[in-house]
Design a protein around this ligand. Structure first.
Ligand code: GLA
Length: 381
């Protein structure tokens, strides 16, 4: 991001100088999909694509924001929030939850810009939420607590926006460290930073298909998981081991086949994340790649959240030399896949996948080689 340009645009729009620039990244999840709302494990990295806001504190309780990407401005008053629609609901929802949690907020003017593709499964909305929270912390002078802010942002999605998402995206955007993946226990929110081996590139493969009915399907998957947990007699599917699953499903009936398949994905995926962390610690890329492949197969056949484009993209990636493994990432139903590729092969990989994907589906792939970046913060100039 050209920060000076952002500041110039602030000056042109608000006729004053901005004082602070904040940034919050999108994320790509390496493994652990649809496990977060089951109190399970995830392993995302923050990517080097983000949302930036240049801001200037105000003396009153107004928040005025202009989105350079959408070319629209919007405003709200902190003490009389009204639910409307559109992108401004994310900042508004965050303001609402911060105030409910007792943070005294000040208003600000802001210009927002970013390069996280929207609706692609790279958490552009979590990036907007965390950038807003970071902006409020900066202008209102409260201490930044990554975990608390992630929880606030998640609540904003639940209560204000109406999506019952897990905590992964917000924690990744808030708490990741440059060069590391975030191994997160979504029950305790205990986080460990696992170094990303230098020999490997993380490549995001955008299918250029978008979610569509994703929100409904997402909430449906979530309730199927809850039903399954009830049947197993546990709080969340996190509490079911592979052995428990096999034993109970062999002996008893009563849960429909579909919910059983969903649960099997979650139970095996949690086990895969733990193995993936070990593989990463041992820099065993073959093993890590194999786990990514198994994760995709499980999301395709048992959790059923892929689409044709994701399946084809993953096949195109796996065919290439130097690819350790590939899988869909994020909620699914369209959006992006992620591949782990041997660093010196990554340029060839990019071209070959582009070509293969175009020839099989007639669609253009968007390919980004990612760096594991730092979570939300104030941009130091
Ligand atoms: C979306 C949600 C996350 C998580 C993933 C699937 O990104 O926001 O909380 O559930 O889907 O792993």
């Amino acid at each position: 991001m050209d920060i000076e340009k952002l500041e110039r645009q602030f000056a042109a729009y608000f006729n004053a100088k901005s004082e602070i620039v904040v940034r919050a990244p999108g994320r790509v999840n390496l493994i652990g999909e649809h496990t977060d709302y089951n109190d399970g494990f995830v392993l995302p990295i923050a990517i080097d694509r983000a949302i930036w806001i240049a801001i200037r504190p105000r003396a009153d309780d107004q928040v005025r924001l202009f989105s350079l990407d959408l070319k629209t401005g919007s405003a709200f008053q902190l003490h009389s929030l009204v639910r409307e629609s559109g992108w401004i609901e994310y900042p508004k929802g965050v303001a609402n939850e911060l105030m409910k949690a007792g943070y005294p907020l000040r208003g600000f003017d802001g210009i927002m810009a970013g390069d996280v593709p929207r609706g692609a499964g790279l958490s552009s909305s979590a990036a907007v939420e965390l950038a807003t929270a970071r902006a409020f912390a900066a202008v209102s002078g409260f201490e930044w607590d990554a975990r608390k802010m992630a929880e606030i942002a998640q609540k904003a999605e639940h209560e204000w926006v109406g999506v019952r998402c897990g905590i992964m995206d917000q924690m990744a955007s808030a708490a990741c460290k440059e060069g590391y993946a975030l191994f997160l226990d979504c029950r305790s929110l205990e986080a460990q930073h696992i170094p990303l081996p230098g020999s490997v590139s993380v490549v995001v493969l955008d299918t250029s298909t978008r979610r569509g009915l994703g929100k409904t399907a997402y909430n449906l998957r979530r309730s199927q998981c809850e039903k399954a947990a009830q049947w197993f007699g546990v709080k969340k599917l996190r509490d079911v081991s592979v052995e428990m699953f096999e034993e109970k499903s062999r002996k008893e009936r009563g849960l429909n086949k579909e919910a059983l398949k969903r649960a099997w994905h979650v139970v095996t995926e949690n086990a895969r994340v733990l193995e993936a962390v070990e593989a990463m610690r041992n820099e065993d890329m073959e093993q890590l790649g194999g786990l990514l492949n198994a994760s995709h197969n499980s999301l395709q056949n048992d959790f059923e959240v892929t689409n044709e484009a994701l399946d084809v993209m993953v096949e195109c990636a796996r065919e290439q030399e130097g690819c350790y493994g590939a899988r869909m990432t994020g909620a699914g139903f369209g959006g992006c896949a992620v591949a782990l590729v041997r660093r010196e092969k990554v340029q060839e990989f990019e071209k070959a996948v582009e070509r293969a994907y175009r020839s099989r589906l007639g669609l253009e792939a968007g390919i980004y080689i990612c760096k594991a970046s730092e979570g939300a913060g104030v941009v130091q100039k």
